[in-house]
Design a protein around this ligand. Structure first.
Ligand code: TXA
Ligand code: MG
Length: 325
């Protein structure tokens, strides 16, 4: 089921009235509010259980609207916007007066992107303003890639859910800070580092997973209920089987090279060969293993190239120390 025109109109009405709308994007589903309505923005934090100091992304309908929301746009930012929007790239720039501090967690910078999804673009066009939207999950947990994931996780907390089918990319947008002299990647995502470097013409630094750079980048994020353990590819089967023997209910991310290998575990997901398919399926696989009642997930990191960088980043964070902040 995908959203119809009347659903888009209804969703735009809900935004105008200060409500929350879950909307599909090409990366993951977002929990959207009118970016210019501080009370609606505050409700996002409440529903997500997210600390209000964690900044949100403002979604806009086209690159030509950028100057309505930010100031001091450097040439590099325009170049990246021109190449990658609509698409899974978020640019961090200096906040314009139209963006309330509630949406930026008090920062003088703001994250902006143009999503590449027909339903999201139709909503932005019908609504006419900016929609601030984090991923539509409870704080710290796995991002939703279907409308059913949103309903299962947020229930009545959302006033309206726009169904746009399964998200194509499956991991969140790449966040690039373009406020300094040299752009820096704050979060790897749907636009690969290689693609960015090809457009920029110079190498970019890879973010460190262990260092907290901005609020919202905690080590434990994107985490399922089950504990995630990362081991080398050749050790996945043995690790899974010994944990299962110890009484765990083990879910396995079986590397594609071992597809078909019988594994004595509670549930097995064979990881797709292509990184694009792996990224698209990643959050669904984690949710599936949770639903099946696994308490431990054994996985391995993909090669950190292309979309592998974003997948590895999410798996590391899923396996990171759990905190309550
Ligand atoms: O693909 C995506 O980016 C999805 C879809 C819905 O667009 N959204 C998403 O939002 O992943 P969220 O809130 O889950 O993650 C936004 C990230 C946070 O890690 C936050 O710290 C960072 O963006 N961020 C937002 N504003 C920032 C700013 N001004 N400076 C640095 N980081 C910022
Ligand atoms: Mg998120």
């Amino acid at each position: 089921m995908t959203a119809r025109t009347c659903d888009i109109e209804k969703a735009a009405e809900v935004l105008r009235a200060g409500g929350l709308v879950a909307l599909p994007t090409e990366t993951v589903y977002g929990l959207g509010a009118n970016a210019e309505d501080p009370a609606a923005v505050a409700r996002i934090f409440e529903v997500k259980g997210r600390p209000p100091s964690h900044p949100l992304i403002v979604h806009i309908g086209g690159a030509e609207q950028l100057d309505e929301w930010v100031q001091d746009v450097p040439a590099t930012a325009r170049l990246l916007a021109e190449h990658f929007w609509p698409g899974p790239l978020t640019l961090v720039l200096r906040r314009g007066p139209r963006v309330p501090l509630e949406a930026t967690g008090g920062l003088e910078t703001v994250a902006v992107r143009v999503p590449d999804h027909p339903v999201a673009l139709a909503l932005l066009s019908a609504f006419g303003g900016g929609v601030t939207a984090p991923s539509a999950n409870r704080f710290g947990s796995v991002s939703p890639t279907t409308a059913d994931h949103v309903r299962a996780e947020l229930g009545d907390g959302v006033d309206f859910v726009l169904d746009g089918g399964s998200c194509e990319v499956g991991v969140e947008s790449t966040i690039v800070d373009v406020t300094g002299d040299v752009p820096s990647v704050l979060r790897p995502g749907g636009v690969t580092r290689e693609d960015l470097e090809a457009v920029l013409g110079w190498p970019l630094a890879v973010p460190s997973t262990s260092r907290v750079r901005v609020p919202g980048q905690h080590p434990s994020h994107y985490a399922p209920r089950a504990r995630v353990v990362l081991v080398e590819s050749e050790k996945v089967v043995a690790e899974a089987e010994s944990a299962q023997e110890l009484g765990h209910r083990v879910g396995v991310f079986l590397p594609s090279a071992f597809a078909g290998t019988p594994v004595k575990a509670h549930a097995v997901v064979t990881v797709p060969d292509s990184l694009a398919a792996y990224a698209r399926g990643l959050y669904g696989f984690l949710r599936e293993l949770d639903w099946q009642g696994c308490d431990l997930i054994v996985a391995t990191l993909p090669v950190e190239e292309g979309l592998g960088l974003a997948i590895a980043n999410r798996l590391r964070r899923a396996a990171g120390p759990r905190s309550t902040v």
